[in-house]
Write a protein that binds this ligand. Structure first.
Ligand code: HEC
Length: 555
Protein backbone atom coordinates (compact mmCIF):
# COMPACT_ATOMS: atom_id res chain seq x y z
CA UNK A 1 0.00 0.00 0.00
CA UNK A 2 2.73 2.39 0.95
CA UNK A 3 5.77 1.20 -0.91
CA UNK A 4 8.48 3.81 -0.74
CA UNK A 5 7.80 5.30 2.62
CA UNK A 6 7.28 2.28 4.78
CA UNK A 7 9.80 0.19 2.88
CA UNK A 8 12.62 2.65 3.33
CA UNK A 9 11.72 3.28 6.97
CA UNK A 10 11.67 -0.43 7.51
CA UNK A 11 15.06 -0.87 5.85
CA UNK A 12 16.55 1.83 8.04
CA UNK A 13 15.16 0.35 11.23
CA UNK A 14 16.05 -3.17 10.20
CA UNK A 15 19.63 -2.22 9.41
CA UNK A 16 20.02 -0.46 12.74
CA UNK A 17 18.52 -3.41 14.56
CA UNK A 18 20.98 -5.72 12.77
CA UNK A 19 23.85 -4.07 14.66
CA UNK A 20 22.82 -4.47 18.28
CA UNK A 21 25.59 -2.32 19.71
CA UNK A 22 24.73 0.54 17.38
CA UNK A 23 21.03 0.18 18.12
CA UNK A 24 21.73 0.32 21.85
CA UNK A 25 23.85 3.41 21.35
CA UNK A 26 21.21 5.18 19.28
CA UNK A 27 18.21 4.39 21.39
CA UNK A 28 19.70 4.38 24.90
CA UNK A 29 21.00 7.93 24.84
CA UNK A 30 18.70 10.62 26.13
CA UNK A 31 17.91 12.53 22.97
CA UNK A 32 19.54 15.93 22.83
CA UNK A 33 17.24 18.93 22.58
CA UNK A 34 17.03 19.46 18.80
CA UNK A 35 20.47 17.82 18.50
CA UNK A 36 22.14 20.68 20.35
CA UNK A 37 25.90 20.04 20.69
CA UNK A 38 27.39 19.20 24.08
CA UNK A 39 29.11 22.59 24.10
CA UNK A 40 25.67 24.24 24.06
CA UNK A 41 24.50 22.22 27.03
CA UNK A 42 27.61 23.31 28.92
CA UNK A 43 26.93 27.06 28.60
CA UNK A 44 25.66 28.77 31.74
CA UNK A 45 23.07 31.52 31.75
CA UNK A 46 24.59 34.80 32.96
CA UNK A 47 21.15 36.47 33.29
CA UNK A 48 19.05 34.56 35.81
CA UNK A 49 16.74 35.70 38.59
CA UNK A 50 13.37 37.36 38.79
CA UNK A 51 14.35 40.65 37.15
CA UNK A 52 15.77 38.93 34.10
CA UNK A 53 12.72 36.67 33.92
CA UNK A 54 10.53 39.79 33.82
CA UNK A 55 12.66 41.29 31.06
CA UNK A 56 12.49 37.93 29.23
CA UNK A 57 8.73 38.02 29.46
CA UNK A 58 8.68 41.37 27.67
CA UNK A 59 10.84 39.89 24.90
CA UNK A 60 8.54 36.88 24.70
CA UNK A 61 5.40 38.99 24.36
CA UNK A 62 6.98 41.06 21.60
CA UNK A 63 8.82 38.41 19.62
CA UNK A 64 7.43 34.98 20.39
CA UNK A 65 3.79 35.21 21.47
CA UNK A 66 2.51 35.75 17.93
CA UNK A 67 3.43 32.16 17.19
CA UNK A 68 3.67 30.36 20.52
CA UNK A 69 0.57 32.06 21.93
CA UNK A 70 0.08 34.66 24.64
CA UNK A 71 0.28 31.94 27.27
CA UNK A 72 3.09 30.02 25.54
CA UNK A 73 0.43 27.32 25.22
CA UNK A 74 1.28 26.62 21.58
CA UNK A 75 -1.17 25.93 18.80
CA UNK A 76 -1.25 23.26 16.10
CA UNK A 77 2.30 22.54 15.07
CA UNK A 78 3.79 25.30 17.23
CA UNK A 79 4.82 23.70 20.48
CA UNK A 80 3.83 24.79 23.97
CA UNK A 81 6.82 26.06 25.91
CA UNK A 82 5.30 25.61 29.37
CA UNK A 83 5.93 21.87 29.29
CA UNK A 84 7.60 19.17 27.24
CA UNK A 85 11.17 19.11 25.90
CA UNK A 86 11.88 22.80 26.63
CA UNK A 87 11.37 22.25 30.33
CA UNK A 88 13.69 19.23 30.28
CA UNK A 89 16.39 20.98 28.20
CA UNK A 90 19.45 22.74 29.58
CA UNK A 91 19.31 26.57 29.39
CA UNK A 92 22.31 26.57 27.06
CA UNK A 93 20.56 24.19 24.67
CA UNK A 94 17.53 26.46 24.48
CA UNK A 95 19.79 29.48 23.94
CA UNK A 96 21.57 27.61 21.14
CA UNK A 97 18.27 26.55 19.55
CA UNK A 98 16.71 30.03 19.70
CA UNK A 99 19.87 31.53 18.21
CA UNK A 100 19.92 29.08 15.33
CA UNK A 101 16.18 28.64 14.83
CA UNK A 102 14.76 25.88 12.65
CA UNK A 103 13.77 27.59 9.44
CA UNK A 104 12.63 24.38 7.80
CA UNK A 105 10.05 23.93 10.50
CA UNK A 106 8.97 27.56 10.79
CA UNK A 107 10.98 28.66 13.84
CA UNK A 108 12.92 31.83 13.02
CA UNK A 109 16.55 32.39 13.99
CA UNK A 110 16.93 34.98 16.77
CA UNK A 111 20.62 35.65 16.08
CA UNK A 112 19.87 39.33 15.58
CA UNK A 113 18.35 39.67 19.06
CA UNK A 114 20.98 40.90 21.58
CA UNK A 115 22.56 37.98 23.44
CA UNK A 116 21.35 39.32 26.76
CA UNK A 117 17.72 39.29 25.59
CA UNK A 118 18.05 35.74 24.29
CA UNK A 119 19.30 34.62 27.73
CA UNK A 120 16.53 36.57 29.45
CA UNK A 121 13.89 34.85 27.38
CA UNK A 122 15.47 31.51 28.33
CA UNK A 123 15.18 32.51 31.99
CA UNK A 124 11.56 33.44 31.43
CA UNK A 125 10.83 30.11 29.69
CA UNK A 126 12.46 28.11 32.45
CA UNK A 127 10.28 29.96 35.00
CA UNK A 128 7.16 28.86 33.13
CA UNK A 129 7.47 25.26 34.23
CA UNK A 130 4.06 23.83 34.97
CA UNK A 131 2.42 27.22 34.94
CA UNK A 132 -0.81 27.55 33.09
CA UNK A 133 -1.86 30.86 31.70
CA UNK A 134 1.63 32.18 32.17
CA UNK A 135 0.88 35.44 30.44
CA UNK A 136 -2.64 35.99 31.64
CA UNK A 137 -3.33 39.69 31.53
CA UNK A 138 -0.23 40.39 29.48
CA UNK A 139 -0.54 43.13 26.90
CA UNK A 140 -1.50 42.01 23.41
CA UNK A 141 1.50 41.05 21.36
CA UNK A 142 2.87 43.64 19.00
CA UNK A 143 3.48 40.65 16.69
CA UNK A 144 4.56 40.57 13.09
CA UNK A 145 1.28 41.84 11.64
CA UNK A 146 1.87 45.49 12.44
CA UNK A 147 -0.92 47.66 11.11
CA UNK A 148 1.27 48.43 8.11
CA UNK A 149 0.42 44.99 6.77
CA UNK A 150 -3.28 45.73 7.03
CA UNK A 151 -2.80 48.68 4.70
CA UNK A 152 -1.01 46.44 2.24
CA UNK A 153 -2.36 46.31 -1.32
CA UNK A 154 -5.16 43.78 -1.93
CA UNK A 155 -4.00 40.18 -2.42
CA UNK A 156 -3.70 38.90 -5.95
CA UNK A 157 -6.57 36.48 -6.69
CA UNK A 158 -7.15 33.62 -6.36
CA UNK A 159 -5.32 34.16 -3.06
CA UNK A 160 -7.05 36.29 -0.49
CA UNK A 161 -7.00 37.37 3.14
CA UNK A 162 -9.54 38.18 5.83
CA UNK A 163 -10.08 41.71 4.56
CA UNK A 164 -11.67 40.34 1.39
CA UNK A 165 -13.52 37.29 2.69
CA UNK A 166 -17.22 37.80 2.11
CA UNK A 167 -20.13 35.33 2.21
CA UNK A 168 -21.00 34.06 -1.26
CA UNK A 169 -17.64 34.88 -2.90
CA UNK A 170 -16.46 32.02 -5.14
CA UNK A 171 -12.75 31.20 -5.35
CA UNK A 172 -10.73 28.70 -7.30
CA UNK A 173 -7.04 28.01 -6.82
CA UNK A 174 -5.31 25.88 -9.46
CA UNK A 175 -1.86 24.33 -9.64
CA UNK A 176 -0.87 27.01 -12.17
CA UNK A 177 -1.47 29.69 -9.52
CA UNK A 178 1.13 28.39 -7.07
CA UNK A 179 4.07 30.77 -6.46
CA UNK A 180 7.63 29.52 -6.15
CA UNK A 181 8.77 28.47 -2.68
CA UNK A 182 10.03 31.40 -0.58
CA UNK A 183 8.46 33.97 -2.94
CA UNK A 184 7.57 35.72 0.33
CA UNK A 185 9.06 35.30 3.80
CA UNK A 186 7.63 32.80 6.26
CA UNK A 187 5.36 34.87 8.51
CA UNK A 188 4.78 34.59 12.25
CA UNK A 189 1.31 35.96 12.65
CA UNK A 190 -0.74 33.95 15.09
CA UNK A 191 -4.19 35.22 16.05
CA UNK A 192 -4.48 37.82 18.79
CA UNK A 193 -7.68 36.77 20.51
CA UNK A 194 -10.00 39.45 21.85
CA UNK A 195 -13.56 39.20 23.18
CA UNK A 196 -16.30 39.59 20.57
CA UNK A 197 -17.39 43.24 20.55
CA UNK A 198 -21.14 43.55 21.30
CA UNK A 199 -21.98 44.90 17.84
CA UNK A 200 -20.11 42.16 15.93
CA UNK A 201 -21.75 38.97 14.65
CA UNK A 202 -20.79 36.24 12.15
CA UNK A 203 -21.88 37.03 8.58
CA UNK A 204 -23.67 34.54 6.29
CA UNK A 205 -25.04 34.87 2.72
CA UNK A 206 -28.34 36.62 2.16
CA UNK A 207 -31.29 34.55 3.33
CA UNK A 208 -29.29 32.91 6.14
CA UNK A 209 -29.45 33.88 9.81
CA UNK A 210 -26.72 33.19 12.40
CA UNK A 211 -27.73 32.56 16.03
CA UNK A 212 -25.65 31.90 19.14
CA UNK A 213 -26.68 28.33 20.04
CA UNK A 214 -24.47 27.83 23.12
CA UNK A 215 -21.77 29.84 24.92
CA UNK A 216 -19.25 29.36 27.75
CA UNK A 217 -17.84 26.08 26.53
CA UNK A 218 -14.23 25.12 27.15
CA UNK A 219 -12.20 24.47 24.00
CA UNK A 220 -15.04 23.00 21.89
CA UNK A 221 -13.63 21.20 18.87
CA UNK A 222 -15.38 18.58 16.74
CA UNK A 223 -19.20 18.41 16.70
CA UNK A 224 -21.11 15.41 15.33
CA UNK A 225 -24.82 14.68 15.08
CA UNK A 226 -25.90 11.34 16.56
CA UNK A 227 -28.45 9.16 14.73
CA UNK A 228 -31.11 10.28 17.25
CA UNK A 229 -30.34 13.95 16.54
CA UNK A 230 -28.29 14.78 19.66
CA UNK A 231 -25.11 16.84 19.13
CA UNK A 232 -21.91 15.37 20.54
CA UNK A 233 -19.12 17.91 21.11
CA UNK A 234 -15.50 17.11 21.97
CA UNK A 235 -13.94 19.55 24.43
CA UNK A 236 -10.30 18.70 23.81
CA UNK A 237 -8.59 20.68 26.58
CA UNK A 238 -10.72 19.37 29.47
CA UNK A 239 -10.92 15.90 27.86
CA UNK A 240 -14.73 15.70 27.80
CA UNK A 241 -17.54 14.80 25.45
CA UNK A 242 -20.68 16.90 25.88
CA UNK A 243 -24.18 16.33 24.53
CA UNK A 244 -26.49 19.13 23.39
CA UNK A 245 -30.07 18.13 22.66
CA UNK A 246 -32.64 19.89 20.51
CA UNK A 247 -33.09 23.43 19.27
CA UNK A 248 -35.65 25.71 20.93
CA UNK A 249 -37.64 28.24 18.86
CA UNK A 250 -35.05 30.90 19.78
CA UNK A 251 -32.18 28.66 18.69
CA UNK A 252 -30.89 27.29 22.04
CA UNK A 253 -30.32 23.72 23.26
CA UNK A 254 -33.18 22.13 25.20
CA UNK A 255 -30.73 20.36 27.47
CA UNK A 256 -27.04 19.68 27.84
CA UNK A 257 -25.15 16.87 29.51
CA UNK A 258 -21.61 15.62 30.01
CA UNK A 259 -21.39 12.24 28.27
CA UNK A 260 -17.84 11.24 29.23
CA UNK A 261 -14.78 12.69 30.97
CA UNK A 262 -11.15 11.70 31.50
CA UNK A 263 -10.31 11.56 27.78
CA UNK A 264 -6.95 12.53 26.26
CA UNK A 265 -7.45 15.50 23.91
CA UNK A 266 -10.50 13.92 22.26
CA UNK A 267 -11.48 15.03 18.75
CA UNK A 268 -13.17 12.44 16.50
CA UNK A 269 -16.58 10.99 17.37
CA UNK A 270 -18.34 8.19 15.46
CA UNK A 271 -21.40 6.03 16.07
CA UNK A 272 -21.29 2.30 15.40
CA UNK A 273 -22.84 0.29 13.88
CA UNK A 274 -24.02 2.73 11.22
CA UNK A 275 -27.77 3.22 10.93
CA UNK A 276 -30.45 4.28 13.38
CA UNK A 277 -29.46 2.12 16.39
CA UNK A 278 -25.78 2.44 17.27
CA UNK A 279 -24.36 0.47 20.20
CA UNK A 280 -21.09 2.32 20.58
CA UNK A 281 -19.71 5.83 20.54
CA UNK A 282 -16.12 5.79 19.27
CA UNK A 283 -13.84 8.64 20.32
CA UNK A 284 -10.49 9.62 18.82
CA UNK A 285 -8.14 10.51 21.66
CA UNK A 286 -4.84 11.95 20.48
CA UNK A 287 -3.09 8.61 21.18
CA UNK A 288 -5.84 5.98 20.89
CA UNK A 289 -9.32 5.11 19.73
CA UNK A 290 -11.65 4.24 22.60
CA UNK A 291 -15.36 3.46 22.62
CA UNK A 292 -18.26 3.71 25.06
CA UNK A 293 -21.35 1.51 25.16
CA UNK A 294 -24.32 3.59 24.01
CA UNK A 295 -28.01 3.49 23.23
CA UNK A 296 -30.04 6.21 21.57
CA UNK A 297 -31.01 8.86 24.07
CA UNK A 298 -28.23 8.15 26.58
CA UNK A 299 -26.95 11.33 28.20
CA UNK A 300 -24.11 9.60 30.07
CA UNK A 301 -21.85 6.82 28.87
CA UNK A 302 -23.33 3.57 30.18
CA UNK A 303 -19.92 2.07 30.85
CA UNK A 304 -16.23 2.90 31.02
CA UNK A 305 -14.12 3.56 27.93
CA UNK A 306 -12.90 0.44 26.13
CA UNK A 307 -9.53 0.68 24.45
CA UNK A 308 -9.82 -0.16 20.74
CA UNK A 309 -6.50 0.76 19.13
CA UNK A 310 -3.41 2.81 19.82
CA UNK A 311 -2.73 5.71 17.48
CA UNK A 312 0.75 7.09 16.82
CA UNK A 313 1.46 10.02 19.11
CA UNK A 314 4.55 11.12 20.95
CA UNK A 315 3.25 14.36 22.37
CA UNK A 316 4.63 16.31 19.38
CA UNK A 317 2.98 17.80 16.35
CA UNK A 318 -0.59 17.48 15.20
CA UNK A 319 -3.00 16.19 17.83
CA UNK A 320 -6.44 15.84 16.21
CA UNK A 321 -7.70 12.34 15.34
CA UNK A 322 -11.00 12.10 13.49
CA UNK A 323 -12.83 8.78 13.11
CA UNK A 324 -15.29 7.55 10.46
CA UNK A 325 -16.67 4.20 9.33
CA UNK A 326 -16.93 3.07 5.71
CA UNK A 327 -20.50 2.79 4.39
CA UNK A 328 -20.36 -1.04 4.59
CA UNK A 329 -19.41 -0.76 8.28
CA UNK A 330 -16.31 -2.92 7.80
CA UNK A 331 -13.58 -0.30 8.06
CA UNK A 332 -12.78 2.31 10.68
CA UNK A 333 -10.75 5.25 9.37
CA UNK A 334 -8.59 7.45 11.61
CA UNK A 335 -6.78 10.61 10.51
CA UNK A 336 -3.32 11.05 12.00
CA UNK A 337 -1.33 14.22 11.27
CA UNK A 338 2.47 14.47 11.12
CA UNK A 339 4.60 15.04 14.19
CA UNK A 340 6.46 17.90 12.51
CA UNK A 341 6.28 20.36 9.67
CA UNK A 342 8.36 18.46 7.10
CA UNK A 343 10.60 15.93 8.85
CA UNK A 344 11.59 13.09 6.55
CA UNK A 345 10.07 9.82 7.82
CA UNK A 346 13.06 7.96 6.35
CA UNK A 347 15.30 9.55 8.96
CA UNK A 348 12.75 10.41 11.68
CA UNK A 349 11.22 7.22 13.10
CA UNK A 350 8.78 9.37 15.11
CA UNK A 351 6.93 10.02 11.84
CA UNK A 352 6.11 6.34 11.38
CA UNK A 353 2.41 5.87 10.53
CA UNK A 354 1.79 9.61 10.74
CA UNK A 355 0.65 11.99 7.97
CA UNK A 356 -1.60 9.10 7.03
CA UNK A 357 -5.17 7.98 7.06
CA UNK A 358 -5.11 4.70 8.90
CA UNK A 359 -7.70 1.95 8.51
CA UNK A 360 -8.74 -0.72 11.04
CA UNK A 361 -11.41 -3.30 11.57
CA UNK A 362 -14.09 -1.84 13.84
CA UNK A 363 -12.68 -3.89 16.76
CA UNK A 364 -9.33 -2.14 16.34
CA UNK A 365 -7.47 -5.05 14.71
CA UNK A 366 -5.94 -5.12 11.25
CA UNK A 367 -4.35 -1.68 11.17
CA UNK A 368 -3.04 -0.64 7.79
CA UNK A 369 -2.29 2.56 5.89
CA UNK A 370 -5.22 3.62 3.72
CA UNK A 371 -3.59 6.70 2.18
CA UNK A 372 -0.32 8.50 2.93
CA UNK A 373 1.72 11.64 2.48
CA UNK A 374 -1.21 13.69 3.82
CA UNK A 375 0.53 16.13 6.15
CA UNK A 376 -2.30 16.79 8.58
CA UNK A 377 -5.60 15.22 7.62
CA UNK A 378 -8.13 16.52 10.15
CA UNK A 379 -11.79 16.22 9.18
CA UNK A 380 -13.02 12.97 7.64
CA UNK A 381 -16.40 12.49 5.96
CA UNK A 382 -18.13 9.96 3.74
CA UNK A 383 -19.57 11.39 0.53
CA UNK A 384 -23.24 10.30 0.58
CA UNK A 385 -23.46 10.32 -3.23
CA UNK A 386 -20.34 8.29 -4.07
CA UNK A 387 -19.59 6.50 -0.77
CA UNK A 388 -15.97 7.74 -0.95
CA UNK A 389 -13.92 8.87 2.02
CA UNK A 390 -13.06 12.59 1.89
CA UNK A 391 -10.73 14.59 4.08
CA UNK A 392 -9.79 18.13 4.94
CA UNK A 393 -6.05 18.78 5.20
CA UNK A 394 -3.57 21.26 6.68
CA UNK A 395 -0.59 21.47 4.35
CA UNK A 396 2.94 22.52 5.32
CA UNK A 397 4.37 25.82 6.51
CA UNK A 398 7.43 28.02 6.14
CA UNK A 399 7.48 28.24 2.32
CA UNK A 400 5.84 31.68 2.11
CA UNK A 401 2.38 33.25 2.29
CA UNK A 402 0.80 31.43 -0.65
CA UNK A 403 2.36 27.98 -0.36
CA UNK A 404 1.24 25.27 0.22
CA UNK A 405 -2.54 25.34 -0.26
CA UNK A 406 -4.58 23.45 2.31
CA UNK A 407 -7.04 21.15 0.61
CA UNK A 408 -10.21 19.09 0.64
CA UNK A 409 -10.24 15.94 -1.44
CA UNK A 410 -11.67 12.51 -1.92
CA UNK A 411 -9.13 9.97 -0.72
CA UNK A 412 -7.90 7.28 -3.10
CA UNK A 413 -7.15 3.96 -1.41
CA UNK A 414 -3.37 3.56 -1.39
CA UNK A 415 -3.04 7.13 -2.64
CA UNK A 416 0.07 9.23 -2.02
CA UNK A 417 -0.44 12.97 -1.50
CA UNK A 418 3.19 14.08 -1.46
CA UNK A 419 4.28 14.95 2.09
CA UNK A 420 7.05 15.61 2.92
CA UNK A 421 9.08 15.23 -0.29
CA UNK A 422 6.53 16.59 -2.77
CA UNK A 423 3.52 18.89 -2.68
CA UNK A 424 0.40 19.40 -4.84
CA UNK A 425 1.34 17.28 -7.78
CA UNK A 426 4.98 16.93 -8.75
CA UNK A 427 6.50 19.92 -6.91
CA UNK A 428 9.55 18.92 -4.94
CA UNK A 429 9.73 20.39 -1.45
CA UNK A 430 12.90 22.53 -1.52
CA UNK A 431 13.81 21.18 1.91
CA UNK A 432 14.13 17.66 0.51
CA UNK A 433 15.93 18.21 -2.79
CA UNK A 434 16.50 15.11 -4.87
CA UNK A 435 14.65 12.75 -2.57
CA UNK A 436 12.27 10.06 -3.81
CA UNK A 437 12.26 10.96 -7.51
CA UNK A 438 10.36 7.70 -8.11
CA UNK A 439 7.35 9.17 -6.29
CA UNK A 440 7.08 12.32 -8.38
CA UNK A 441 4.48 10.92 -10.73
CA UNK A 442 2.51 9.27 -7.97
CA UNK A 443 1.61 12.49 -6.15
CA UNK A 444 -2.13 13.02 -6.37
CA UNK A 445 -3.38 16.55 -6.97
CA UNK A 446 -6.21 17.17 -4.48
CA UNK A 447 -9.72 18.07 -5.63
CA UNK A 448 -10.09 21.50 -4.00
CA UNK A 449 -7.13 23.76 -3.18
CA UNK A 450 -7.86 26.16 -0.32
CA UNK A 451 -6.08 29.28 0.89
CA UNK A 452 -2.61 28.27 2.10
CA UNK A 453 -2.29 28.10 5.92
CA UNK A 454 -6.09 28.29 6.36
CA UNK A 455 -6.06 25.36 8.83
CA UNK A 456 -8.99 23.43 7.39
CA UNK A 457 -10.57 21.34 10.18
CA UNK A 458 -13.89 19.47 10.38
CA UNK A 459 -15.89 18.93 7.17
CA UNK A 460 -19.36 17.57 6.50
CA UNK A 461 -21.66 16.91 3.56
CA UNK A 462 -24.95 18.79 3.57
CA UNK A 463 -27.71 16.19 3.87
CA UNK A 464 -30.35 18.53 5.32
CA UNK A 465 -33.56 19.73 3.73
CA UNK A 466 -33.62 23.33 5.00
CA UNK A 467 -31.16 25.10 2.66
CA UNK A 468 -32.11 25.87 -0.96
CA UNK A 469 -31.90 22.84 -3.29
CA UNK A 470 -28.64 24.04 -4.85
CA UNK A 471 -26.89 23.22 -1.52
CA UNK A 472 -27.88 19.52 -1.60
CA UNK A 473 -24.84 17.33 -1.09
CA UNK A 474 -22.39 20.26 -0.84
CA UNK A 475 -19.47 20.28 1.58
CA UNK A 476 -19.16 22.66 4.51
CA UNK A 477 -15.80 22.97 6.27
CA UNK A 478 -14.41 25.05 9.11
CA UNK A 479 -11.22 27.03 8.50
CA UNK A 480 -9.60 27.68 11.87
CA UNK A 481 -7.31 30.42 10.50
CA UNK A 482 -3.67 31.04 9.65
CA UNK A 483 -0.52 31.89 11.59
CA UNK A 484 2.02 31.46 8.78
CA UNK A 485 0.66 34.24 6.52
CA UNK A 486 1.49 37.96 6.73
CA UNK A 487 -2.19 38.93 6.55
CA UNK A 488 -4.52 36.34 8.04
CA UNK A 489 -6.76 34.08 6.02
CA UNK A 490 -9.30 31.48 7.03
CA UNK A 491 -11.29 32.16 10.21
CA UNK A 492 -14.43 31.26 8.26
CA UNK A 493 -16.77 28.46 7.26
CA UNK A 494 -16.57 27.58 3.58
CA UNK A 495 -18.90 25.81 1.18
CA UNK A 496 -17.60 23.51 -1.54
CA UNK A 497 -20.33 23.30 -4.18
CA UNK A 498 -20.60 19.87 -5.82
CA UNK A 499 -23.49 20.84 -8.13
CA UNK A 500 -25.36 17.66 -7.23
CA UNK A 501 -22.70 15.53 -8.94
CA UNK A 502 -20.88 14.26 -5.85
CA UNK A 503 -17.66 15.63 -7.38
CA UNK A 504 -15.79 18.88 -6.83
CA UNK A 505 -14.86 21.37 -9.53
CA UNK A 506 -12.04 22.97 -7.54
CA UNK A 507 -14.18 25.94 -6.49
CA UNK A 508 -15.10 26.91 -2.98
CA UNK A 509 -17.07 29.78 -1.49
CA UNK A 510 -16.79 31.92 1.63
CA UNK A 511 -19.89 30.99 3.65
CA UNK A 512 -19.70 32.35 7.21
CA UNK A 513 -17.11 35.10 7.83
CA UNK A 514 -16.56 38.00 10.24
CA UNK A 515 -14.48 36.33 12.97
CA UNK A 516 -11.60 38.78 12.40
CA UNK A 517 -12.05 42.46 13.28
CA UNK A 518 -10.98 45.21 10.84
CA UNK A 519 -7.86 45.83 12.99
CA UNK A 520 -6.76 42.20 12.47
CA UNK A 521 -7.60 40.98 15.96
CA UNK A 522 -9.50 37.70 16.12
CA UNK A 523 -12.53 36.91 18.25
CA UNK A 524 -13.67 33.55 16.80
CA UNK A 525 -12.15 30.42 15.25
CA UNK A 526 -14.41 27.82 13.58
CA UNK A 527 -13.42 24.21 14.29
CA UNK A 528 -16.40 21.87 13.91
CA UNK A 529 -19.40 21.80 11.62
CA UNK A 530 -22.37 19.45 11.52
CA UNK A 531 -25.85 19.29 9.99
CA UNK A 532 -28.70 19.39 12.52
CA UNK A 533 -31.86 17.29 12.03
CA UNK A 534 -33.78 20.47 11.09
CA UNK A 535 -31.27 21.16 8.32
CA UNK A 536 -29.48 24.08 9.98
CA UNK A 537 -25.70 23.97 10.47
CA UNK A 538 -24.01 24.04 13.87
CA UNK A 539 -20.47 25.42 14.02
CA UNK A 540 -18.17 25.16 17.03
CA UNK A 541 -15.76 28.04 17.68
CA UNK A 542 -12.86 27.63 20.10
CA UNK A 543 -11.95 31.34 19.88
CA UNK A 544 -15.13 32.51 21.60
CA UNK A 545 -15.86 29.05 23.10
CA UNK A 546 -19.31 28.89 21.62
CA UNK A 547 -21.52 27.09 19.09
CA UNK A 548 -23.18 29.03 16.26
CA UNK A 549 -26.30 27.99 14.38
CA UNK A 550 -26.74 28.93 10.71
CA UNK A 551 -30.32 28.63 9.51
CA UNK A 552 -31.94 29.46 6.19
CA UNK A 553 -34.88 31.82 6.57
CA UNK A 554 -35.09 33.13 3.01
CA UNK A 555 -35.33 36.67 4.33
C1 HEC B 1 7.12 32.44 13.14
C2 HEC B 1 6.59 31.74 14.27
C3 HEC B 1 7.51 31.62 15.48
C4 HEC B 1 8.03 32.63 16.24
C5 HEC B 1 7.85 34.13 16.07
C6 HEC B 1 8.77 31.98 17.30
N1 HEC B 1 8.70 30.63 17.15
FE1 HEC B 1 9.58 29.25 18.36
N2 HEC B 1 8.88 27.77 17.16
C7 HEC B 1 8.09 27.93 16.06
C8 HEC B 1 7.84 26.65 15.46
C9 HEC B 1 6.99 26.39 14.22
C10 HEC B 1 8.50 25.69 16.26
C11 HEC B 1 8.54 24.19 16.05
C12 HEC B 1 9.70 23.81 15.20
C13 HEC B 1 9.75 22.30 15.05
O1 HEC B 1 8.84 21.72 14.47
O2 HEC B 1 10.72 21.73 15.52
C14 HEC B 1 9.14 26.44 17.33
C15 HEC B 1 9.90 25.85 18.33
C16 HEC B 1 10.43 26.53 19.41
C17 HEC B 1 11.13 25.90 20.51
C18 HEC B 1 11.35 24.40 20.66
C19 HEC B 1 10.17 23.80 21.36
C20 HEC B 1 10.21 22.32 21.51
O3 HEC B 1 9.29 21.77 22.16
O4 HEC B 1 11.10 21.66 20.98
C21 HEC B 1 11.50 26.90 21.38
C22 HEC B 1 12.26 26.76 22.66
C23 HEC B 1 11.05 28.14 20.79
N3 HEC B 1 10.41 27.88 19.60
C24 HEC B 1 11.24 29.37 21.37
C25 HEC B 1 10.88 30.58 20.76
C26 HEC B 1 11.20 31.86 21.30
C27 HEC B 1 11.91 32.10 22.61
C28 HEC B 1 10.72 32.78 20.44
C29 HEC B 1 10.84 34.28 20.51
C30 HEC B 1 12.17 34.81 20.67
C31 HEC B 1 10.09 32.06 19.35
N4 HEC B 1 10.21 30.72 19.59
C32 HEC B 1 9.44 32.66 18.28
C33 HEC B 1 7.62 29.11 15.56
C34 HEC B 1 7.94 30.37 16.06
Amino acid sequence: MKPAKSASTRVLIASIAAVPALAALLFAQTPRFHNAPASAAAMTNPYTGQQNAEAGRTVFVQKCAACHGQNAQGTGIIPALTKGPVQAAKPGEIFWYITRGDLMNGMPSWKALPEKERWQVVTYLKNLKNTQGALEGAPASSGADASGALNAPPPKPPFTDFRFEKPGTTRKITVADLPAPFATASAGNGPRLVPRPANVWPQAPEGFKVQLYAADLENPRLIRTAPNGDFFVAEAGPGRILIFRGITPDGKPKLTSTFATGLNQPFGIAFYPLGPNPQWVYVGNTNAVVRFPYENGDLKARGPAQHIADLPSNGRGHITRDIRFSPDGKTMFASVGSGSNVDDPDTHPAEKDRADILAFNPDGSGMHIYAYGIRNPVGLAINPTTGELWCSVNERDALGDNLVPDYITHVQPGGFYGWPWWYIGGHQDPRHPGTHPELKNKVITPDVLLQPHNASLEMTFYTGKQFPAEYDGDIFASEHGSWNKAIRAGYEVIRVPLHQTGHATGEYEDFVTGFVLPDGNVWGRPVGVTVAPDGSLLVTDDGSNSIWRVAYTGK
